[in-house]
Design a protein around this ligand. Structure first.
Ligand code: HEM
Length: 398
């Protein structure tokens, strides 16, 4: 465990390399599939996916209810994509010339997607609490104990406030045909018998998956791009290729695992029900048999002819991420807006992740300066148009 903590990704790469079997033991007792083909077969195996997805735990009564909720939330986020894109320039300007990452990632995503996550008619106090929770690192398990304690201290108050709002919303009923926000989607997917607290827990799970996963994946994209192309944008890659490659090189969800539902055999080994069997997207993304020089961050690989190797930042198979396409668009949109007409540099970060449940980037500072600042121009009447306003400038550049 000590070796794992020191260098988690290096550790599992070593274990995979040295393992004589197709499956090897992880320090916390779970098993991990070493071989890429077998890993894909496991993730696509209908028998391994009998029953419900562990993503939602036991909060919903059936697999069909899980699928319904995943789609409903995905649809809400997709419908809000234009509004999110519209808010991005203002969000980017709000970062200022130097911002602290990775925490700025979830904060930016929250700021630009706030209306989709919680309708603007919701109590302002609850909206403030959510913003505070995002700023306090609530959207991912934090790697440092002090940060973790700080984030956890926010939980009771936040859950109580959401539950109160859930109770009010359910009592009012919804006049709208379509869910107005993620919370409406959760309420709609939950049976009447489910408790307000269950609705809250599901909402928090999805809130974290959206704001945290997208925010930290955005942080990885910016960090890796700036580390590998110090002159900054324009990068010699498309935002599309850059985001894809960041998801390959440093997948935020680096390991997916679930209990074996009933006795099964994989790679010549028998697994008893309840054994945790895992697949590592990180290992598959770095399999030299399928990827050309996988250790290199090379966004240009996505424009090269020929097939790419196994790519599963959002997992694959029956329990694959419901929001993959929306998430990808949201990250790409943010990268585009942050890089457009701006000079970006990073200091303090490197490509080694901090693994704590997920793979988070280490703290870094992103410096963002607009390339051609425009001076306020005097107008006829002597008044000045504030053409230095960065939002205004970016909008012009677009
Ligand atoms: C960069 C952003 C994201 C990443 C890396 C990501 C990754 C993943 C992964 C790896 C899984 C599978 C988990 C498992 O099998 O244990 C998953 C499941 C899921 N994700 Fe995402 N996700 C992201 C964003 C989103 C967004 C934006 C939404 C909603 C709009 C979402 C909704 C879901 C749902 C509902 C599931 C459960 C699917 C099921 O079991 O049926 N995710 N995600």
């Amino acid at each position: 465990m000590r070796r794992f903590r020191r260098d988690p990704l290096g550790y599992i790469e070593d274990r995979a390399r040295c393992s004589p079997a197709e499956v090897f033991r992880l320090p916390w007792g779970a098993w991990c599939v070493r071989d890429s083909e077998l890993a894909l077969a496991v993730l696509r195996d209908p028998l391994f996916h009998t029953g419900m997805s562990t993503f939602f735990g036991t909060m919903l009564p059936s697999r069909s209810a899980q699928i319904l909720l995943g789609r409903a939330v995905r649809n809400v986020m997709r419908a809000h994509l234009p509004a999110y894109r519209e808010r991005l320039p203002e969000g980017a300007a709000g970062l200022g010339p130097a911002s602290q990452w990775p925490e700025a990632g979830p904060a930016l995503v929250y700021r630009c997607a706030a209306g989709a996550l919680l309708h603007p008619d919701a109590p302002p106090a609850l909206q403030r609490l959510l913003a505070k929770a995002v700023a306090g690192g609530f959207t991912a398990r934090q790697p440092y104990m002090r940060q973790r304690v700080r984030a956890e201290m926010l939980r009771p108050g936040l859950l109580a406030a959401i539950t109160e709002h859930v109770r009010d919303r359910r009592a009012e009923g919804s006049a709208a045909d379509e869910p107005r926000d993620v919370l409406d989607a959760v309420i709609g997917a939950c049976a009447e018998g489910s408790t307000d607290r269950t609705v809250t827990d599901l909402y928090v799970l999805l809130f974290q998956s959206i704001v945290g996963n997208i925010g930290y994946a955005l942080a990885w994209s910016l960090l890796l791009a700036c580390l590998h192309h110090p002159p900054g944008p324009p990068w010699p890659w498309t935002a599309e290729g850059l985001v894809r490659e960041a998801g390959r090189h440093r997948p935020f969800v680096w390991m997916v695992g679930r209990p074996v539902p009933h006795a099964l055999e994989f790679g010549g080994l028998s697994f008893a029900p309840g054994t945790i069997l895992s697949v590592s997207p990180y290992l598959l993304h770095h399999d030299a048999r399928h990827w050309d020089r996988p250790e290199l961050f090379r966004p240009e690989r996505w424009n090269e002819p020929g097939e790419q190797g196994p790519y599963l930042p959002f997992s694959t198979g029956p329990f694959t991420c419901a929001g993959a396409a929306v998430a990808h668009s949201m990250i790409t949109g943010a990268v585009d807006v942050l890089a457009q007409g701006a000079h970006l540099t990073v200091s303090g970060g490197d490509a080694r992740p901090l693994v704590s449940g997920s793979a988070l980037p280490r703290p870094f500072v992103l410096r963002r300066t607009l390339k051609t600042p425009v001076r306020p121009a005097p107008t006829k009447g002597g008044e000045r148009h504030d053409r230095c306003n960065p939002t205004h400038h970016q909008e012009q550049a677009r």
